[in-house]
Write a protein that binds this ligand. Structure first.
Ligand SMILES: Cc1cc2nc3c(=O)[nH]c(=O)nc-3n(C[C@H](O)[C@H](O)[C@H](O)COP(=O)(O)O)c2cc1C
Length: 205
């Protein structure tokens, strides 16, 4: 008989992979092997017809991290100014120490969307984002905090220059990662399955 899975534990990991921007241990090293283990889990995600086009660029060198952190800060502050929105304390905490984060993981793709069709975009991003989310879950399961960030994707070329990425590759999310320190990760307030699920026809609960 197949071994029973610990559903309570699995559901807990799936439900508590919160953004951790502040309660991170910036001093505790994050061994590369631990990141390899998490990426090995991530690449078990579904992949599209083009196959395993994911590439993970892990940044753990000080100068690279500083360059990325500066860009991230610029994008975030620029966006908030443009939208006349305040800088939340949690976002402020991250930009103040992003250059010190143990590692930044860029989830990248070799290849670009075929065209602007919805189906092409669904196939393209659908072939990479499940792996990014699996990565975040694998990190969460190891007490490593991260945040799903996409702000830098608006600065593809500048990031590509820092990461030495060739033409025809794209970055999607960037996970700033480090062991958590004093973080209590709880389920978020969300609408229930009953509220967001329809049966057979849109609107039929
Ligand atoms: C598409 C998408 C893009 C996001 N981009 C960023 C980002 O660039 N920077 C950031 O700090 N958080 C980003 N977030 C994280 C959200 O801000 C985060 O989910 C929110 O703070 C709620 O917290 P929780 O994830 O703990 O529920 C993004 C989330 C999503 C779904």
């Amino acid at each position: 008989m197949a071994e029973a899975l610990d559903l309570a534990l699995i559901d807990e990991v799936l439900s508590t992979a919160r953004s951790v921007r502040r309660k991170l241990d910036f001093e505790r090293p994050l061994p590369r092997q631990v990141l390899f283990d998490c990426i090995d889990v991530a690449v078990q995600a579904p992949t599209g017809i083009a196959g395993e086009s994911w590439r993970f660029v892990v940044v753990d060198e000080a100068a690279q991290k500083a360059a990325i952190a500066e860009l991230y800060r610029e994008v975030l502050l620029g966006l908030l100014e443009q939208r006349n929105m305040p800088l939340k304390p949690t976002h402020k905490a991250l930009i103040e120490r992003l250059h010190e984060i143990p590692a930044m993981v860029f989830v990248c793709v070799e290849g670009e969307p075929l065209d602007d069709q919805v189906s092409s975009n669904v196939a393209y991003y659908g072939s990479i984002l499940p792996a990014a989310w699996s990565l975040m879950l694998a990190l969460r399961a190891r007490d490593i905090g991260s945040t799903w960030t996409t702000l830098l994707s608006s600065r593809q070329q500048e990031v590509a220059a820092v990461l030495d990425m060739p033409a025809g590759t794209l970055q999607t999310v960037m996970l700033p990662v480090g062991y958590t320190k004093g973080a209590v990760l709880r389920r978020a307030e969300r609408r229930s399955a009953q509220e967001v699920t329809y049966w057979n026809r849109w609107g039929d609960r």
